[in-house]
Write a protein that binds this ligand. Structure first.
Ligand SMILES: [Ca+2]
Length: 201
């Protein structure tokens, strides 16, 4: 618009050329038109400025947000554990009883395996066996059961491997524990050989 209209002043009269027609106005009217055109020009500049700011803000707000990639997202160590639940790698910090111990201070209940409770025959033997396989300080891996990750006491339910020995399986194989058949249907480990051999088959 500013380019389309050319103003030029030639005293005593003012001419406004709007190609290809020339308009001639008396001076007072021309001054008024010039003021209006200045106002229009100012408003146009303000509108363009406002639109530019809006477009810049819109471009910034619609820019794609950063998302963690697979490379930066921590994953369970799948080579040591199966499924997608926790894979706790560390050392035995306590043996609570035959089927419960702690790795890195995390209380863990063995999946599918049950040893006698305190006061029941075989309680001490089972606890001593667990202490032998998973002595405090030895390296251990807890593969959390994807089918039943926590028990009713909010303990992690897992298969535990201490220095390469499967504690769940060894407790069953040596007669210190029984399989919990009521959990066979939901446990991630129900198809493992030890679970099948002792009652999940
Ligand atoms: Ca698992």
């Amino acid at each position: 618009m500013a380019e389309a209209i050319t103003l030029f002043k030639a005293k005593p009269k003012y001419y406004i050329r709007k190609s290809p027609i020339f308009y001639e106005f008396p001076e007072p009217l021309t001054q008024g038109v010039l003021s209006i055109l200045k106002l229009v020009k100012l408003i146009s500049i303000l509108i363009i400025l406002a639109c530019s700011i809006y477009l810049i803000m819109f471009a910034i707000s619609s820019a794609p947000k950063w998302k963690p990639t697979e490379h930066t997202t921590p994953k369970p160590q799948t080579s040591m554990c199966s499924g997608k639940a926790l894979c706790i790698v560390g050392r035995v910090t306590a043996v609570i009883n035959g089927d419960t111990l702690e790795i890195n201070g995390i209380r863990i209940r063995l999946a599918l395996v049950n040893t006698p409770e305190k006061g029941e025959p075989g309680y001490n033997e089972a606890k001593e066996f667990t202490k032998k396989v998973c002595a405090v300080g030895v390296s251990a891996i807890a593969d959390q059961d994807d089918g039943q990750p926590y028990d009713r006491y909010n303990r992690v339910v897992a298969k535990i491997i201490c220095e390469g020995v499967n504690l769940n399986a060894e407790l069953l194989e040596n007669g210190f524990a029984k399989i919990l058949t009521s959990y066979c249907s939901k446990s991630e480990f129900r198809t493992e050989w030890w679970a099948r051999k002792y009652g999940c088959g």
